[in-house]
Design a protein around this ligand. Structure first.
Ligand SMILES: [Zn+2]
Length: 355
């Protein structure tokens, strides 16, 4: 078969050259190309299994080699994160991301000026939400009007966690999150809408609203300024803080160290699991240590435990929590645990240690 095909081509070309000597060159070229193709096809046919084996080995190598693994993993993670966040959340962060870019590039941006001014005032230790924007805060009136009907059904769900006097480190409300204890990878919870884009763990909403309502009855106007935030949002805040320190002349390592005392590192923030809320008041909209001296700060410290919340980063406990005094940051732990923690003046770290 092989001989006949190749011989046939050779004979045809010879005859053609004999008949048309002027076409000798193109016919020769045609002959060479045709012969090469025939040889190539025959080679592929005879080595088909061998070539298939090489292809399979290459594919296996690409999927298993250390250079490719991170790329594949990152792609998977990116896909998962995209599917987890809903549209509203994405819009929210897109908007926020744009504002950060503007801040980085335009010194005239109002919020940047506010940020720099506050940073200068506070000796470098400021919480991430020192620059709350008007659309990122809700007063008690807004909240109560939005979710008045929703609280009835959900109150019963939190009763067990609140009433229990037996504590376990695995209880969802006692989940310890700090630099040494990042959020477990398999941690799951349901977000509930407080109002608008404001969300948190749905199990704490009834008690949160009850606390705000009672404060209002006592003449204290509380305002939520930072609820749940995603990993992406936390990362943005952290990088922004590093950037602000570097602008002041700190090296990256020093800026990172200082930032980690003022902004919780991504993956270790209670805001990411929806169990922490930052609260201030209409009369004092700055998140600094002096908020603790305000009427609202004092009321929160005195009454938060009645609703299952604790002052998570108390003054004088920085060496244990690793975070500066934050009189505005309240963490839900359930009423029973909150009473013990606040009465004894200890931290969640110390409470968990004692279990
Ligand atoms: Zn906070």
């Amino acid at each position: 078969m092989r001989d006949s095909l190749e011989e046939k081509l050779t004979n045809q070309c010879r005859k053609a050259i004999y008949k048309h000597p002027f076409w000798k060159l193109p016919i020769t070229l045609y002959y060479m190309i045709a012969m090469s193709l025939i040889k190539l096809v025959r080679m592929l046919q005879s080595n088909a299994k061998r070539l298939a084996s090489i292809v399979v080995l290459c594919v296996c190598y690409i999927f298993s080699c250390s250079f490719c693994a991170p790329v594949l993993v990152m792609t998977t993670v990116a896909i998962e994160e995209t599917t987890v966040e809903d549209d509203a959340e994405s819009d929210f962060y897109d908007t926020y991301g744009a504002s950060i870019l503007e801040e980085m590039s335009e010194e005239s941006d109002e919020s940047l000026e506010a940020s720099e001014a506050l940073l200068a005032e506070s000796d470098g230790y400021l919480h991430e939400e020192n620059i709350p924007t008007t659309d990122e805060q809700f007063s008690i009136d807004d909240l109560l009007s939005y979710v008045a009907e929703e609280t009835d059904g959900a109150t019963e769900e939190t009763t067990d966690a609140n009433e229990t006097t037996e504590f376990h480190k695995d209880d969802w409300n006692l989940l310890l999150i700090n630099k040494q204890h990042p959020i477990p990878e398999d941690y799951e919870f349901n977000l509930g809408v407080i109002t608008g884009s404001f969300k948190c763990d749905e199990r704490i909403i009834p008690d949160l609203l009850e606390m705000l309502k009672q404060a209002k009855e006592d003449g204290i106007s509380l305002v939520i300024c930072s609820p749940y935030r995603s990993f992406a949002r936390q990362t943005e805040l952290f990088e922004r803080k590093i950037s602000s320190y570097m602008k002041k002349g700190y090296s990256y390592l020093d800026a990172y160290k200082l930032s980690s005392q003022a902004v919780t590192i991504p993956g270790a923030s209670e805001h990411q699991v929806g169990l922490a809320i930052d609260i201030y008041t209409d009369d004092y909209k700055v998140l600094d240590a002096s908020f603790g001296d305000t009427e609202a700060g004092q009321w929160l410290k005195a009454h938060c435990a009645e609703y299952g919340f604790i002052l998570r980063y108390p003054e004088g406990k920085e060496s244990i929590t690793g975070i500066e005094f934050e009189p505005w940051h309240f963490r839900f732990v359930g009423k029973a645990a909150a009473k013990i923690i606040m009465d004894e003046g200890i931290t969640l770290e110390e409470f968990i240690e004692s279990l």
